[in-house]
Write a protein of this length. Structure first.
Length: 156
């Protein structure tokens, strides 16, 4: 994106390398911002360092709320102890608490949807089953998604 922006500003830069465009070398995907005049970089590795958790484990991305997804049966089994999706009232107190922690702290939910998305339910499934999840990656991807949504709203 940085290279594309540079080319839009100066079309003579088309086809040049990052270094020729005076850009930093690409090492990883990161969120860049300036806060009170200080340049801030946030990456998955930074999040892993801050939460003191290795950036490894299971991660599922791009799951839509398709009713035919094989993940529906898996998460329904771990959350409701049955193949069919249950209601919030069917959750045990422990699972309600995990869902609340997830929605308010790890992957905050916005908007009016009461039901967690399939991605949120898969993430919760990892905690319920004690399967190692790549928490830094989930948090970072969620941050990127939220930033993109907020930028899209400003443009419309």
């Amino acid at each position: 994106m940085e290279m594309d922006e540079k080319v839009l500003i100066d079309p003579t830069l088309a086809g040049k390398t990052r270094e020729e465009m005076s850009l930093e070398p690409f090492t990883c995907t990161e969120i860049r911002s300036i806060i009170m005049g200080i340049l801030v970089f946030i990456s998955q590795e930074v999040i892993a360092y801050v939460i003191k958790r290795a950036s490894e484990g299971s991660f599922k991305d791009g799951l839509d709320n398709n009713k035919k997804s094989p993940w529906n049966e898996v998460v329904n089994k771990s959350m409701f102890n049955k193949k069919k999706k249950g209601a919030y009232s069917d959750l045990t107190m422990e699972k309600k608490l995990l869902l609340k922690i997830q929605n308010e702290n790890l992957l905050p939910k916005g908007g009016g949807a009461d039901q967690p998305s399939l991605e949120h339910r898969v993430f919760l499934h990892y905690f319920i089953t004690k399967e190692k999840a790549n928490v830094p990656k989930y948090i970072f991807k969620y941050m990127i998604k939220t930033l993109r949504e907020s930028q899209a709203i400003k443009r419309t």
